[in-house]
Design a protein around this ligand. Structure first.
Ligand code: G1P
Length: 291
């Protein structure tokens, strides 16, 4: 059966972006003019999914408002002759059928995924993390779905990362079954570099078997006292096939300050409205810094 549903965890407190995230969700921080979470929802739609459940928490109302219709604003823009912008706003509300559930306590990524059990039911589904914005053609999630449709089983996105960054990710151990595709035998969440079984880091796109819910129910709090998705995946890969796929594309870690600024600069350079002027500005700045 075709994968139809995505789960988008968005309940985190955004502590790395305080004070910006004191009164607004980190998922709504814009990359130039588009909130980070819109990139994720657009990727889900472009990958052929039908619906998504956004797992939110307190203080995340702005996310729901963003994907809702805004009739007054649309009318105002139309009256001002800004038809295109009004249509763009409407398009955002029609990307996917969106659903929301609240994670009542921040008990970790595994717990957030478990909150989606009723929504997902007994089918394979996608998990998409908002901190990873990926520009790719075909979209990163589509690439994982192609692997799933071809091989069956669950699939994770992975990327080779430098040794000093291994401790920021789930790291896989596996054997390469095809160029860029590994059968996963084990995983470690945020290991010390000397303990990492490979340099292949899990990036926030997953296609998962519904078996993960039964496993998550039994998963005890792990690293950081949180229920870790990685711990449940360790069990899953003993019971069912789990693959890791080195997707092709440009990934930005917008969950930390430097990655966020890098993404903003690169997207600004390619932005149809301001790209050219921004490039000219950067050239001038580089010349000034170089002198
Ligand atoms: C989570 C996962 C980790 C994965 C990462 C990808 O960590 O626990 O396994 O590598 O997302 O971005 P977090 O970044 O939420 O700490």
């Amino acid at each position: 059966m075709r994968v139809r549903k995505a789960v988008i965890p968005a309940a985190g407190l955004g502590t790395r972006f305080l004070p910006a995230t004191k009164a607004q969700p980190k998922e709504m921080l814009p990359l130039v003019d588009k909130p980070a979470i819109q990139f994720i929802v657009e990727e889900a739609a472009a990958s052929g999914l039908e619906s998504a459940l956004i797992v939110t928490g307190r203080g995340k109302r702005a996310i729901e408002d963003h994907f809702d219709r805004a009739p007054e604003l649309e009318r105002f823009l139309k009256e001002k002759g800004q038809e295109k912008l009004a249509e763009e706003l409407q398009r955002i509300s029609e990307l996917l059928s969106l659903h929301y559930v609240r994670q009542k306590e921040p008990k970790g990524l595994g717990h957030a995924v478990l909150c989606a059990q009723d929504f997902v039911g007994e089918e394979f589904f996608a998990v998409m993390l908002g901190d990873d914005v990926i520009e790719a053609d075909p979209p990163a999630l589509r690439q994982l779905l192609d692997v799933h449709e071809h091989r069956g089983g669950s699939v994770l996105a992975v990327l080779e990362v430098p040794r000093e960054e291994l401790g920021r990710y789930g790291i896989i151990e596996g054997e390469e079954v095809e160029r860029g595709l590994w059968r996963v035998r084990d995983l470690v969440e945020k290991p010390r570099p000397e303990e990492a079984p490979s340099n292949l880091a899990v990036i926030g796109r997953y296609v998962l078997s519904p078996t993960i819910f039964e496993i998550l129910r039994e998963t005890k709090p792990g690293r950081g006292g949180e229920i870790q998705l990685t711990d449940a995946l360790r069990v899953l890969c003993q019971e069912e096939p789990l693959y890791a796929y080195a997707f092709r594309g440009q990934r930005y870690d917008v969950g930390e300050k430097l990655g966020y600024v890098v993404a903003t600069v690169e997207l600004a350079l390619r932005h149809p409205e301001i790209g050219e002027d921004f490039r000219a500005y950067l050239r001038g700045l580089c010349a000034k810094l170089g002198s």
